[in-house]
Design a binder for this molecule. Structure first.
Ligand code: DGL
Length: 272
């Protein structure tokens, strides 16, 4: 019955290039699945915007991806997962998978001293969602949140290992180091792009958690449960769309992904 749907693509979206860190994990964990990606590069960042704005933007993207006949939607953005997912998942007839719950599960399993840091956008930190998921998994954990908005701009710029990025990281992360956390959640999908620098600043005793791994696993369970997993050996051609700056996006994407891609512009505002 689900034979046709099995071959449908997975919608993956973010405010920009950050969601590519999740797309990459999906490609690795589920090589038969084809991705249709949307990066809202004209309106990035989302992390400084209100829940209403983030919800309205996400709804437009979900409508566009539904027009591509996706069978499931991966919200490859912590800000959207924290501020809008609960509202928009009810409006569409496909399963939605966010990144916050999988990230919290991994971190709760990784910590030894029960002190967990979360770095994310202002929107994600002020939603308190990581803290409440982490505490529901283990009431004894202490959670220290820190918004690092400049990381998004540095990642969009492709300054992944620049001395300026290191200076910014040192300034943002000093207070988490002082708390002696042993686990740090990269709670924004842009941040794993700066993983090397963040790891150098935090030191090797701190475990960095990238929610993308667990998100790809969760996607697998959801597809299996719905009998729509595509277990072919190879995916069809992945598709990438943005709302602005296709060429710049393509350049950065080709640094991140294991395959060369083409990128097209789509006017997202028409998807009301
Ligand atoms: N990559 C996104 C996240 O995971 C959003 C970054 C932004 O647009 O501010 O939160």
């Amino acid at each position: 019955m689900n034979g046709m749907k099995q071959h449908a693509p997975i919608g993956v979206f973010d405010s920009g290039v950050g969601g590519l860190t999740v797309a990459k994990e999906i490609m690795r964990a589920l090589p038969g699945e084809t991705i249709v990606y949307y990066g809202d590069t004209a309106r990035v960042p989302y992390g400084t915007k209100s829940p209403e704005t983030v919800t309205a933007y996400s709804r437009q993207i979900a409508k566009f991806l539904m027009s591509q006949q996706v069978k499931a939607m991966v919200v490859a953005c912590n800000t959207i997962s924290a501020l809008a997912l609960e509202t928009i998942e009810k409006e569409f007839d496909v399963p939605f998978i966010g990144v916050v719950k999988p990230g919290a599960r991994t971190a709760a399993g990784a910590t030894r001293n029960k002190k967990i840091g979360v770095i994310a956008t202002e929107g994600t930190i002020s939603s308190g969602m990581y803290e409440s998921f982490l505490k529901s998994l283990n009431p004894e954990v202490k959670v220290y949140g820190k918004a690092c908005p400049l990381f998004v701009a540095l990642a969009e710029e492709g300054w992944l290992q620049d001395p300026i990025t290191k200076q910014v990281a040192e300034r943002y992360l000093v207070e988490l180091k002082e708390k002696e956390i042993d686990t740090l959640v990269l709670g924004c999908t842009h941040y794993p792009l700066l993983r090397k620098v963040i790891g150098e600043v935090m030191g090797e005793k701190v475990t960095l958690v990238n929610p993308a791994y667990e998100t790809a696993q969760e996607l697998r369970y959801v597809l299996e449960d719905n009998h729509i997993l595509n277990d072919s050996k190879e995916a069809a051609a992945h598709k990438f769309y943005v709302s602005d700056g296709a060429e710049k996006f393509r350049r950065i994407a080709n640094m991140i992904l294991p395959c060369e891609i083409e990128v097209e512009d789509v006017a997202i505002k028409s998807f009301e």
